[in-house]
Write a protein that binds this ligand. Structure first.
Ligand code: KIV
Length: 274
């Protein structure tokens, strides 16, 4: 099987490279990762961006939402991811309540993530409401990604996981939010679960790249949760997830074989012993 990587491209993905990818209409490939081994495999396969997403609260910690994830926890995971990466740019999610109380706290917490993890940037959920914080953070030299549409930290306010931006008023506000993030200095914006036509409009109207998740093919890049696309997380499968592997089945079968071998004294054999 041919593995398509971009190893002939730049040695390190930076904000400059990401910006030039939009200019060259070269789609940006992004996945989440929460640990060293996964990050290393994604990097070797040629991924451009790795997001240490607060989705780790659901797929790694087993919570129902992303809300319980703490700053210390995401810093721990981000450090392990950064150690696995040579080429990709690593972005770290600002967890719920690490920036909502006031801008000063958000700014300091973003700085803590940068200093302690070695990551390349941070991601905030929100638009106009957080524009001042985005500006302050970007002006301090911290690359910022925005996140609009279905922002999981507001899930209780939304009351469910239905698509966002589906009314004319919501679509108008989303466009204003995207512009506000761009003007405040964000270098990219994640668009989650919004109509493909709206995502295409936002993508055309911004000079910075859009990274879609459930937002259609016209975004400048795509992101999905790694455990979803590898078929490891089976709790539910949103329509926008394409499963590229069925690893949960592989793991269950492999562990089942191991258990049988141990119980039947077939493991280890002579070659596997000293
Ligand atoms: O937390 C996360 O993984 C995310 C992406 C899926 C966009 O925010």
């Amino acid at each position: 099987m041919k593995i398509s990587t971009t190893t002939s491209g730049p040695k390190r993905i930076t904000t400059k490279v990401i910006a030039s990818m939009k200019d060259r209409r070269q789609p940006i490939a992004c996945l989440t990762a929460y640990d060293f081994i996964t990050a290393r495999l994604l990097d070797q396969a040629g991924i451009d961006l790795i997001l240490v997403g607060d989705s780790l609260g659901m797929v790694f910690q087993g919570h129902e939402t992303t809300i319980p994830v703490t700053l210390d926890e995401i810093i721990y995971h981000a450090k392990t991811v950064v150690r696995g990466v040579d080429r990709a740019m690593v972005i770290v999610d600002m967890p719920f309540m690490s920036y909502q109380a006031n801008d000063e706290e958000g700014f300091r917490n973003a700085g803590r993530i940068m200093k302690e993890t070695g990551a390349g940037g941070v991601k905030f959920e929100g638009g106009e409401r957080i524009a001042r914080l985005v500006r302050k953070t970007a002006e301090a030299g911290i690359p910022v990604v925005g996140h609009l549409g279905l922002t999981p930290q507001s899930i209780h306010q939304f009351g469910g996981y239905t698509p966002r931006g589906t009314t004319a008023a919501e679509a108008r506000q989303l466009l204003k939010d995207a512009k506000a993030l761009e003007q405040a200095g964000a270098f990219a914006v994640v668009l989650e679960k919004i109509p493909a036509t709206l995502a295409a409009r936002v993508t055309r109207s911004l000079s910075i790249p859009t990274i879609g998740i459930g937002a259609g093919v016209h975004c400048d890049g795509q992101v999905i949760v790694v455990a979803d696309m590898l078929g490891l997380y089976e709790e539910f499968q949103p329509r926008f997830v394409r499963r590229y592997a069925q690893l949960a089945e592989t793991v269950r079968a492999s562990v089942g074989n191991y258990v049988n071998d141990v119980r039947n004294r077939k493991f280890p054999n002579e070659k596997e012993s000293y």
